[in-house]
Design a protein around this ligand. Structure first.
Ligand SMILES: [Zn+2]
Length: 276
């Protein structure tokens, strides 16, 4: 499932491609024909993400709400000047097009035209998103510090924290040597602050590079490169614990373990992440 950085990158790219002019909106597959007809020909005013939800604001208070779910994909293609848009291939739920770009959405969990009130209500149900300016980590801490659920579960709960998925969860807990099974109410506030600040550092690198980077050397390289340039990478796909079951921990050599937590495989090092 895409994590929050993917949705923020999509919002950025869709805005760059379509903002300011009338967008041709259609549903080649037909399942979103009524919604597409409502939006067709309107100007795109804004695009943003909150966690794993994407919101496109069209003129006259019409909003498009998209959630990709497990298998949804939004692809964006730039057209050669004067070239006709290619015909849609496969089950395209939503197609956005202008003279220079075509974007196609396939297999989303949700694609709907909604009101501004609906957008506000959805956002109110979500926890703070480390990628949104001004996001308040205390809102997440209020829930974490009162919960008997494990921190590994809480990090995946979008009502606690929005945007973090399984990969960031596993790697973040390793980076801070936090026992994934520690209940939220036993976590120190200073630990939560460190986890949050790390997400605020790591996730923008994900937006900028299109890759989840968590290994210290890659994070440092990307942060330094992006300080003077808007591109970095691509980087080797390499993690501390994610999908490394049975392999030696890169720090202590113990075997990396796995167990299903909150519906997804959690990976951790039983020695580095022992409860203190
Ligand atoms: Zn270890």
């Amino acid at each position: 499932m895409p994590e929050g950085h993917t949705l923020h990158a999509l919002a950025r790219d869709l805005y760059a491609a379509f903002a300011g002019s009338a967008v041709s909106v259609s549903s080649p597959q037909g399942r979103f024909a009524d919604g597409a007809a409502l939006l067709d020909g309107r100007r795109l005013c804004a695009a943003s993400a909150w966690g794993k939800h994407l919101f496109l604001e069209f003129e006259a208070d019409a909003w498009l709400h998209v959630h990709l779910g497990l298998i949804g994909k939004f692809s964006l293609q730039q057209l050669e000047p004067g070239a006709p848009a290619p015909a849609p291939v496969g089950a395209v739920r939503l197609r956005l097009a202008n003279a220079r770009n075509v974007a196609e959405l396939r297999g989303p969990n949700l694609c709907a035209v909604v009101t501004p009130e609906h957008v506000t209500a959805v956002q109110a149900r979500l926890g703070p998103d480390p990628l949104r300016p001004g996001a308040d980590p205390d809102l997440a801490w209020q829930r974490i510090s009162r919960s008997g659920r494990t921190i590994a579960e809480l990090l995946m709960d979008q009502a606690v924290l929005a945007g973090v998925g399984n990969l960031y969860r596993c790697e973040l807990l390793f980076r801070h040597r936090v026992d994934p099974f520690r209940p939220g109410r036993e976590l120190r506030q200073s630990t939560w602050t460190a986890l949050w600040e790390d997400l605020v550092r790591l996730m923008p690198l994900g937006v900028a590079t299109g890759q989840i980077l968590t290994m210290a050397d890659q994070v440092e390289d990307a942060a330094a490169t992006l300080a003077d340039s808007d591109r970095a990478g691509p980087y080797e796909r390499r993690f501390y614990v994610y999908q490394r079951t049975g392999e030696p921990c890169r720090v202590c050599g113990s075997k990396i373990r796995t167990q299903v937590v909150a519906g997804r495989n959690l990976f951790w090092c039983g020695r580095c992440q022992r409860r203190r």
